[in-house]
Design a protein. Structure first.
Length: 101
């Protein structure tokens, strides 16, 4: 199996499936997405146990999705910033589940 030939197909599929949701998000007022991200972050930081972890994991899923879509256009510092942000969100989510936070 040649993974190099499968990768563009997978990327094209993800981009095709993401087109409608991205257009929908683009039609929303900017403040709606900002409030949604802030609300998920607040739930994630102030929620206890699985509630806090769920808020952070939803935020992590959106960040990962956007990072995947933008990855080819990013420079090294942009990629590093997204990887660090995803790692921190994942660490905080795990911390909520195991009772560290």
């Amino acid at each position: 199996m040649n993974t190099e030939s499968e990768t563009p197909g997978m990327r094209a599929t993800v981009e095709r499936l993401s087109a409608k949701p991205v257009v929908f998000l683009h039609t929303l007022p900017r403040w709606v997405l900002l409030v949604a991200v802030f609300a998920l972050l607040v739930v994630g930081m102030w929620g206890n146990g699985w509630v806090g972890a769920a808020g952070l994991l939803v935020l992590l899923a959106f960040l990962t999705w956007f990072a995947y879509l933008n990855w080819p256009a990013l420079d090294t510092s942009g990629r590093a910033l997204r990887v660090v942000a995803m790692g921190l969100l994942a660490a905080f989510a795990v911390g909520h589940v195991v009772g560290g936070f």
